[in-house]
Design a protein around this ligand. Structure first.
Ligand SMILES: [Zn+2]
Length: 156
């Protein structure tokens, strides 16, 4: 899967869900799951390891209102990379970081640690559970008219 090295302490901030915008002076047309790897310098643990998976869903020139989610101040030529759907790896593993986006083969399911097919990042079981969870989130609490709305409630 696609991976990105992020300097500490920002890598940890992404893994904690505090930082939902990564900033770069370059952009990419890639959108999708992104493995966040902690740089080795500065030496802040866990250094040199893959920490979490996020979804890169948009990139736009950085604006002052992005500073809070980016945990940094705006700078010349900065692009905001918008991240969502944080998935903490059960076990961070060593990665040799490279500049730009690079390819890393995930050794195990990013959610449960089970073995996964080559090229995947979660196992089929977790993927199905995640799809169901997102579906529930999208729909919110049951509404009148839903199939699972309790029969017998008459709000009319
Ligand atoms: Zn799994």
């Amino acid at each position: 899967m696609k991976a990105l090295s992020v300097k500490q302490p920002w890598a940890n901030m992404i893994a904690m869900g505090k930082k939902t915008i990564e900033t770069r002076t370059w952009q990419t047309s890639y959108r999708g799951p992104l493995l966040i790897c902690s740089s080795k310098v500065p030496l802040i643990e866990p250094a040199g390891k893959a920490l979490c998976i996020v979804e890169l869903y948009a990139i736009a020139p950085m604006l002052p209102e992005h500073e809070k989610a980016a945990c940094c101040e705006i700078y010349d030529g900065a692009y905001s990379w918008f991240l969502q759907g944080l998935l903490l790896l059960p076990e961070p593993f060593e990665v040799r970081g490279m500049p730009g986006l690079f390819e890393v083969e995930l050794p195990q399911c990013g959610m449960c640690g089970d073995l996964i097919p080559k090229g995947a990042y979660v196992c089929d079981k977790c993927q199905n559970e995640e799809i169901m969870r997102q579906e529930m989130e999208r729909r919110g609490p049951p509404q009148k008219g839903d199939d699972d709305w309790e029969a017998g409630c008459d709000w009319s």
